[in-house]
Write a protein that binds this ligand. Sequence first.
Ligand code: WQD
Length: 342
Amino acid sequence: MKQPKKILLTGAAGYIGAHTAVELIQKGHDPLLIDDFSKSDDTLLKGIEKIIGAKPNFIQGDCKDPAFLEKLFSQKKFDSVIHFAAYKSVGESVSDPLMYYNNNLRSMVELLNAMKKFKVFEFIFSSSCTVYGQPDVIPVNENAPFKKAESPYGTTKQMCEQILEDVVRSEKELRVISLRYFNPVGAHPSGLIGELPIGVPNNLVPYVTQTAAGLRPKLTVFGNDYDTPDGSCIRDFIHVVDLAQAHVVAVEKIKNMPSNNEAFNLGTGEGVSVLELINKFEKATGVKVNFEIGSRRSGDVVKTYADPGKAKKMLGWQTKLSLEDSLTDAWRWQKRVSHLSI
Ligand code: WQD
């Protein structure tokens, strides 16, 4: 193992942050986890503790708060920052854009200020394929243009990447990697951590598992009249553990990148439709999903999936887990959180 790294991991009580914390710790790194619990609680932190067999280093706090960051950075000499903390609901961002611009942009700016002051030069950013909008060329590579984002949430991701582009130009020693996730799904195979949507899930897979668990009467498929083989939208569903491992590789290899600002599309490279996913879930779990076809959801991209070639070439990373693994693991987690013995 390379030199263990001291990492500040923000948004650690969230879905992808928690899974990345597990992979970092199990690889021998030393992450300090922070979260303000504005969109989470300590459930996943307890799950991390069970998986790693020890209490993770965690401090509650808001990375928009310069005084909080000052305290953290003066107590620990970090090698790197992995920044997950952001609001991520497409729908909520449309109804409350200012909350999204305030939270997602200010957390990034305050973190970069603290890094500059305390001479921390490695930054891994949690970005999203949403920066591409509806791509013209599929599969999508990192040279695809940023088109108008479908939501203020997506716009904050585009703006954050623009901020990073400007700051690496002025801060010569800063090195940045932006990881553009396609659709993260699934849960840790232990069933001890997973996705914890607040209220009615926005995303497909948690809605599928909650319907299968009887917590929702039925799933609505938002349209089957698109120009795709079965009429439903197509996405690149990537297992959250594969995604977490990509962050470990990125933080280990950031110094070897050819430039001080690289972006990587993180996906399987395969497109799967909504209806295909439902069918796969039923086959993998033996549980029927009650669904109906409803009208299209505004802002939905019809079809997108990654060209993961750059991550494979430059990070030596590619997905190892299948959609079946994702759905089986998501179901195990759903049964645990809904105390189901089925
Ligand atoms: C996937 C497909 C829906 C729910 C968004 C963000 C992205 C990423 C993941 C933030 C679409 C259909 C969904 C439902 C449905 N990050 N669907 N019924 O919109 O591709 O991506 O979330 O979390 O940045 O943009 O993900 O899971 O919401 O939708 O038919 O109840 O499933 O129409 O075609 P999306 P999603």
